[in-house]
Every structure is written in structure tokens, then in C-alpha cells.
Design a binder for this molecule. Structure first.
Ligand SMILES: NC(=O)c1ccc[n+]([C@@H]2O[C@H](COP(=O)([O-])OP(=O)(O)OC[C@H]3O[C@@H](n4cnc5c(N)ncnc54)[C@H](O)[C@@H]3O)[C@@H](O)[C@H]2O)c1
Length: 355
């Protein structure tokens, strides 16, 4: 463990920014040295609530003034590349930020070129994995109780820019993060293009993984309901089927259903579970310190954060490949390069032309 706590500055003090800042504040391995939002009243509230002396309405200024080890930003999806640039230029060791990682593959590639060149670590908020019910499903799959995994899946009635990132991340986890090799997808509906999480109303993607496993990801209004869960954003079902059974998690919320279930060669089991930020954020933040500690000590096999940016980038590429496939009507091979036009814009033209 490091002798001195890692210093952290947090930008964007909305719902998720406050979750992050609170988890940092409550962890003795970190020291919260600055907060920032373009909304001054949010800065003042956060300073008072978190007991932080420094506040700013400008993230670049905050980084210059506080010189943190870790930069966390939790802006809406439209603001990623400028924040990454600001963090890299300020010389931080690690940048933690929210899903979705970008709004186009071009933007994501530029972000990763910057962080890789500067040796800056990145972590992305796919923190649902810390739910005990999510972990139980992983444990069952890893134990071999469902046999050889041939299929993984993730569905959410929440729309793509909110939920695809989560669905592909955990489905990939249940498949040991094998590389995706191609995607074939369909998409329809443009109502959610008006949302800050700009998306087609529905996206359904078939994903082929390099280890032979097939993935099915669906997000949006026409994705399957999860009737066992009575709260919209937590109607997510993620799991794996194998030669001897299946195991899956229903995200859920306290008092509104959710949990895990499995049918294995040992019989049928299940249990309750619910997504809970207070439960999931502390380990997510703590493992940032593990990774920085190991890096500082030159550990041969460092504890790389399970939500590291390189994993998130792979999942994001699947999402962008799904949009490209829905636009062209064909199979899209991975890894993805740059595109002439942002994927969401290209798809919108096709959806509009269909009327
Ligand atoms: N991981 C999860 O479970 C999870 C859950 C909900 C939302 N999210 C994601 O978190 C992100 C943020 O969502 P939210 O619900 O917290 O949004 P929010 O609207 O509550 O907060 C966004 C904040 O960003 C601030 N902001 C905008 N521009 C800024 C700038 N230039 N500098 C500093 N601050 C700026 C706004 O004033 C606002 O306070 C989204 O990408 C969303 O998809 C993730």
C-alpha cells in the first residue's frame, strides 16, 4: 500500500460524479483534493457535503491547481475527448470516467491514442459487476457447472447509449473477455436520437467471439422485458448458456426484484440480488489504488483494474460495429478502424430514409 494517499480531483458533480466523489472521500487510500462542475451551485454543495476546500467551474483549471494523481470525470456522453486531453496534459496517472466511453469509434480511438502514448491508465464505470448476484453467476460459470459455454447474452429495455456498454461488458466477462471477431445487427426507431444518450430506439446485435462463443445483445424499447424486476433501468438479464445448463443475473433494485438463477448439472438454484451503488462503488474505487500501488512498485503481474479502459474499448467497438452493421445491412469485422462519418449519424440517414 502506498504511504501517501492518492490525490483525486472529480469533474461533473451530477448523480454519478457525486457517487464517485463520495466513494473517494470514504476511502483512506485516497484524498479528494478538488471538485468541479460548470454549475457553481453544484460545486458549492459538493464542497460542503464532502468537506473539500477546492472547487472550480473549469476542469482544466482544477487539474492545473490541484495536480491530482487521479482524474475522475462523470459528464454526459457528449463530453469525453476534451476531458481525456485535459487529464493527459495535466500529467495524471489514471483517468476514471463513465460509460459509454465515447460517441463514435473515431473519438474512442483518438482518446486511447492519447492515453496509451502518455502511459495514462483508464478505468470505466462498469461497476455493476461488483453486485453479489453478478459475481455469483460468474462463479457458477467458472466452476464448470454449466459445462462448456457456447452462448452469452445481455438484454436491457434501456436504450443503447445508456445500456449496451453494460450488457456487452458483463456478457464478455462471462465469456472470459474473448475477443469479438464480427457483429451483425439491426436497429430501428429515431425517437431516442433526441435524448442526451443519443441512440436508435432498439438495437439487436449478434456477436461472434474468437473462442467460438456466440453473443446476443439487445437494448431498447423492443428488447425483452424482465417481468421479475419492477424498475425500468434494472430490467436487465445477462448470462451464459453451456452444454449442461445456464446461469444468469437479473439486475434488479432493492424491493423491486432481481437476483440470479442457474440450472446446472447439480440442479436448479437461485437467489435474490439488487444493484446498489453504495455496495458497488467502494470496491470499484478501491481497486484503482491496487492498480496504482502495483504499478508504482513494478509488480510483475499488477492487479489491473477489472473495469480497465481496454476492456471497455472492446465492448464499445462491438456497439459501434452494431451501428455500422445496421447501417450497411452486412457483417462487420473487428477490430474496427476509423469511419468517414460518426456511426450514429450514418445510421440516422438510413433510418430516416426508411421513414
Ligand atoms: N455506471 C453507471 O451505473 C451509470 C449510471 C447512471 C449514469 N451513468 C453515466 O454517467 C454519466 C453522467 O450521468 P449523470 O446521470 O451523472 O449526469 P448528470 O446530468 O446528473 O450530471 C452531469 C454533470 O456534468 C456537469 N457538466 C457538464 N459539462 C461540464 C464540464 N464541462 N465540466 C464539468 N462539469 C460539467 C453538469 O453540470 C452536471 O452536473 C453518463 O455518461 C451516464 O451514462 C452511469
Amino acid at each position: 500500500m502506498a504511504e501517501k494517499p492518492y490525490t483525486v480531483a472529480v469533474a461533473a458533480l451530477g448523480k454519478r460524479g457525486m457517487h464517485h466523489a463520495t466513494a473517494v472521500k470514504n476511502n483512506s487510500r485516497f484524498q479528494l483534493v478538488g471538485v468541479c462542475d460548470i454549475d457553481e451551485s453544484r460545486v458549492e454543495t459538493a464542497k460542503a457535503q464532502l468537506g473539500v476546500a477546492y472547487g472550480s467551474t473549469d476542469a482544466t483549471k482544477m487539474l492545473a491547481d490541484t495536480k491530482p494523481d487521479v482524474f475522475i470525470f462523470c459528464t454526459l456522453p457528449q463530453l469525453r475527448l476534451p476531458m481525456i486531453k485535459a487529464g493527459v496534459e495535466a500529467g495524471v496517472k489514471l483517468i476514471a470516467y463513465e460509460k459509454p466511453i465515447a460517441t463514435s469509434m473515431n473519438e474512442a480511438l483518438e482518446m486511447f491514442e492519447l492515453t496509451r502514448a502518455a502511459g495514462v491508465k483508464t478505468v470505466v464505470s462498469h461497476q455493476h459487476r461488483y453486485g453479489d448476484h453478478y459475481a455469483k453467476v460468474k462463479e457458477i460459470i467458472e466452476s464448470g457447472a454449466i459445462g462448456r459455454v457456447h452462448t452469452v447474452y445481455g438484454t436491457s429495455i434501456g436504450w443503447m447509449m445508456h445500456m449496451f456498454s453494460h450488457m456487452i461488458e458483463y456478457a464478455s466477462w462471462y465469456n472470459d473477455y474473448a475477443d469479438p471477431v464480427w457483429v451483425a445487427a439491426q436497429a430501428w426507431g429515431t425517437e431516442k436520437y433526441a435524448d442526451v444518450h443519443t441512440s436508435p430506439d432498439y438495437v439487436g446485435a449478434i456477436v461472434q467471439f474468437a473462442n467460438g462463443v456466440r453473443g446476443y445483445i439487445e437494448t431498447g424499447a423492443d428488447a425483452p422485458d424482465v417481468p421479475e424486476v419492477d424498475s425500468m433501468w434494472q430490467k436487465c438479464r445477462i448470462g451464459a448458456q453451456g452444454t449442461d445448463g445456464f446461469a444468469e443475473v437479473l439486475t434488479g433494485k432493492a424491493g423491486k426484484g432481481g437476483g440470479w438463477r442457474a440450472v446446472t448439472r447439480n440442479g436448479a438454484w437461485g437467489g435474490p440480488g439488487a444493484m446498489d451503488y453504495d455496495h458497488d462503488m467502494p470496491p470499484y474505487i478501491d481497486q484503482i489504488a491496487d492498480w496504482l500501488d502495483d504499478d508504482a512498485q513494478g509488480v510483475a503481474t499488477p492487479r489491473v483494474h477489472p473495469c480497465n479502459g481496454e476492456r471497455a474499448l472492446k465492448g464499445f467497438a462491438v456497439m459501434m460495429a452494431a451501428l455500422r452493421s445496421a447501417t450497411t445491412g452486412g457483417r462487420v469485422d473487428l477490430p474496427l478502424g476509423r469511419s468517414a462519418e460518426p456511426e450514429l449519424d450514418a445510421l440516422k440517414k438510413v433510418l430516416d430514409s426508411r421513414g
